[in-house]
Design a protein around this ligand. Structure first.
Ligand code: PGD
Length: 765
């Protein structure tokens, strides 16, 4: 049987889909100039064996009741009815809330979930906990930009204005002469945007700019971080050392009288303090090109040449998310802004600073005049929170103090965590430590589409639908197209959408009306659409009524072309348009940060050596970056993702010199290890990575041979077994998952088969 063609949307593109018997055929949205191959991941996943068909309860939890348990991740499951699942989940939430209060429930539920404004899983969890038990311990910031989202408000006043609403690709393609990208502009990253991305335009704009003569320079350990269309230059930098390189560039500019002192005096504060630091007036250490060459591995003459190449040109500086996902990740973000200011570029057409430009499909785009409203989350009565990447610290150290953004806070004592739409056993660092942390809980409740490692650690598993099995509206504030996400298939097994699950749980907790406001999912869509219609009418924008929108599947919204306005307005008139910083200017020195008194993030940007540097036992850097074949860990069992694995394992990349030294041949299985554990991977030997560095992307589902081992071996290639779980600094406490150090060797034993997409043992009664 063939179904009608339906419109749909995802974080990596809009499409139409048709179901032929059990097979899904996906056609990219016709208006997309460069559709993502990730769309193919949808084709084989609807009825995959790794999907979860019924509610499940972990055997140890059912038999022994709630409480810390080291069998999480290694236990069997028992299939139960929805009736039993609702009773267990609502009963346990009531018990914990009554005994310990909502401050003992962690509802941060970090994760990208799926496209769709209403069924956004994290919003559903938050609304549910707020309306039923009065709140929950939340998390702030993200794994994407943990350090940047704290430092940027201090130094430029607003992260969004310098990132999503920064200088547009359109402007860059028309005006920029030199595009200097720390961390590159990889299209694998900009092919995704949370909420939806129906037009992939980065490749086209980069091509246009390069053909007009823009010189692209990518500073990265990986050549592949710059698209071929850029015809760019690759400056191979040692991982985690960009801050030293930028300090030296500033030294060369200043020493040669090439800095724009007028711009620095009028629009910035603290340049003199940074100059004193660069010149070694504080400690006798001059941060010149020779000093930086030792640290970052780029010759001093090349650093000097790069500085001179920037002078007198329209220069755009970008700093990728990846750079700040590392120890002292705040520093390159701060210094990228300072470099653009020293060149006098902020606020000029196609010039200045774009934080994370190219790191996601939202950035460098225009904003819709009106956006689709989000599901209201209600009031959270609990004040406690953690910076998102401190989850394991929180669970392992209840009551202990920690520093965050100038404050000393205390970790709450969590008994129950509720997770929907995220995969911490993908996104968090040091997975053996994370397992220990989750084992402290009384109860972990997870809603999932499939048996991810997070679902396999849960006590109660509630099977969720995929977007293809429910209706929603797909849209993002930077995507002019809004899509009706029409259901393509029936829910798998007994799976339900998160809203229906929470609505029934809320009913059992006597809070149904508060949670649902009397609306079905369809009525919520109509209600939210209606709110958008009102805003459109106020601005004389015509949009069809809901039924017509649903039938036609798609509509287009007008956009504002105001990218880069923050720094453009500052330049226009700093008195009329001061920045939302304490000084109203760019803060090269921040008195606020200095007053926090944290040595690992002082009042002006600095070079601070990381603790993770190669040594005899772990002589190589590992870059654990975003994957090209899926979004994070989503649909890792999808057709495209699986087709790029070798022997079922994720592929790591190594330079020929490093491979030769270790006798590693193309096609070998390798073991990558450090003190935290080891992973198996297949190998690609390539000149496109600098010597001394290997790369293994994130996203392969965690698949430990022995889940209870202190140093687990993941047979599938999840690099978060190896990464270190520390905060970027006391300021932001962001995630440091990007860089660690390892050794790599040929795996000479018979390599175990990957089991990641085999369901756990399930007992049916
Ligand atoms: P996803 O794989 O997107 O990863 O971490 P995140 O947890 O967001 O997880 C989303 C989960 O939601 C999937 O398991 C999916 O099946 C599930 N899901 C999707 N739709 C629904 C739904 O409707 N309902 C329910 N209940 N579930 C749903 C990503 C995080 O990883 C991010 S954002 C970044 S930037 C970090 N990057 C790195 C990195 O570069 N390096 C390392 N080492 N580690 C990282 N971790 C971070």
């Amino acid at each position: 049987m063939t179904t009608q063609s339906k419109t749909h949307s995802s974080h990596w593109g809009a499409f139409t889909a048709v179901l032929h018997d059990d097979k899904l055929a996906v056609t990219p949205y016709s208006g997309d100039p460069d559709p993502s191959p990730l769309l193919q991941n949808f084709e084989n996943v609807l009825n995959h064996k790794v999907r979860i068909a019924t509610p499940m309860v972990r055997r140890g939890w059912l038999e022994n009741g709630p409480g810390p348990d080291s069998r999480r991740g290694a236990d069997e499951y028992i299939a139960i009815s929805w009736e039993e699942a609702y009773a267990l989940a609502s009963g346990e939430l009531s018990r914990v809330a009554k005994a310990y209060g909502p401050q003992s429930v962690f509802g941060g539920s970090y994760g990208w979930s799926s496209a769709g404004r209403f069924h956004h899983a994290q919003s559903q969890v938050h609304r549910f906990l707020n309306t039923t038990i009065g709140g929950y311990v939340r998390s702030v910031n993200s794994y994407s930009s943990g350090a940047a989202s704290v430092i940027l408000p201090h130094i430029v006043g607003d992260m969004n204005e310098i990132a999503r609403r920064g200088v547009s690709w359109e402007e860059i393609s028309e005006h920029t002469e030199v595009m200097l990208s720390f961390g590159g502009l990889a299209l694998k990253n900009s092919q995704v945007a949370s909420g939806g991305l129906s037009e992939h335009t980065e490749r086209g704009f980069i091509d246009k700019a390069a053909k007009r003569g823009t010189r692209f320079i990518s500073v990265s350990p990986l050549e592949s971080d710059m698209p071929d269309e850029a015809q760019g230059e690759w400056l191979a930098v040692r991982p985690g050392t960009d801050a030293a390189l930028i300090l030296a560039l500033l030294h060369v500019l200043k020493a040669n009288g090439w800095t724009d002192e007028d711009f620095l005096a009028r629009y910035c504060v603290g340049w003199d303090k940074l100059v004193a630091y660069i010149n070694g007036e504080e400690d006798g250490e001059v941060r010149d090109a020779r000093w930086a060459a030792e640290i970052c591995g780029i010759e001093a003459a090349r650093i000097e040449q790069l500085a001179s190449d920037l002078v007198g040109k329209r220069v755009m500086i970008s700093v990728a998310h990846a750079l700040q996902r590392a120890e002292h990740g705040e520093q390159p973000v701060w210094l990228g802004l300072v470099l653009s200011a020293a060149l006098g570029q902020p606020g000029l057409p196609g010039g200045g600073y774009g934080y994370a430009l190219g790191a996601l499909g939202h950035y460098g785009k225009h904003h819709n005049q009106v956006s689709f409203p989000a599901l209201p989350q209600g009031q959270n009565g609990v004040k406690d929170f953690i910076p998102v990447a401190r989850i394991a610290d929180m669970l392992l150290n209840p009551g202990q103090p920690f520093r965050y953004n100038g404050q000393t806070l205390h970790y709450p004592d969590i008994k129950l965590a509720w997770w929907a739409g995220g995969n911490p056993f993908h996104h968090h660092q040091d997975l053996a430590r994370l397992r220990k942390a989750f084992n402290q809980l009384d109860t972990l409740i997870v809603h999932e589409i499939a048996w991810t490692a997070t679902a396999r650690h849960a006590d109660i598993v509630l099977p969720a639908t995929m977007t293809l099995e429910r209706e929603d509206v797909g849209g993002a504030p930077t995507d002019r197209n809004l899509f009706a996400m029409q259901p393509v298939a029936k829910p798998f097994g007994e799976a339900k959408d998160d809203y229906s699950i929470f609505a029934e749980l809320a009913r059992r907790l006597g809070r149904e009306e508060a949670f649902t406001e009397g609306r079905t999912a369809r009525q919520w869509l109509e209600h939210l659409y209606g709110q958008m219609q009102v805003k459109c009418r106020q601005q004389n924008i015509e949009v069809p009524d809901f039924d017509r929108f649903w039938e036609q599947g798609h509509l287009q919204l007008p956009q504002l072309k105001d990218g880069g306005r923050l720094l453009r307005n500052l330049r226009l008139d700093p008195d009329k348009h001061p920045l939302p910083t304490p000084s109203g200017k760019i803060e090269i020195f921040s008195q606020t940060i200095a007053d926090f008194g944290d040595a690992d993030c002082p009042g002006h940007p600095v070079w601070l050596a990381p603790t993770q540097v190669p040594d005899a036992a772990t002589p190589l850097y590992l870059i654990a970056n975003q994957p090209a074949t899926k979004l994070h860990s989503q649909l890792d069992y999808g057709k495209h993702s699986v087709s790029e694995k070798v022997d079922g394992r994720e592929v790591c990349r190594i330079h020929p010199d490093d491979a030769k030294r270790r006798g590693i041949q193309p096609g070998d299985t390798v073991e990558i290890r450090n003190v935290r554990g080891s992973v198996l991977a297949s190998v690609d030997i390539s000149e496109r990575i600098m010597p001394g560095v290997i790369q293994l992307p994130t996203g392969a589902w965690y698949d430990p041979v022995d889940p209870q081992a202190a140093q687990p071996l993941c047979r599938h290639g999840n690099p978060n077994v190896l990464t270190l779980d520390v905060g970027t600094s006391s300021l932001a406490q962001g995630c440091c998952g990007q860089i660690t150090t390892v050794e790599i060797a040929r795996y000479t034993q018979t390599a175990p088969q990957v089991q990641a997409f085999e369901p756990p043992v399930v007992l049916y009664r």
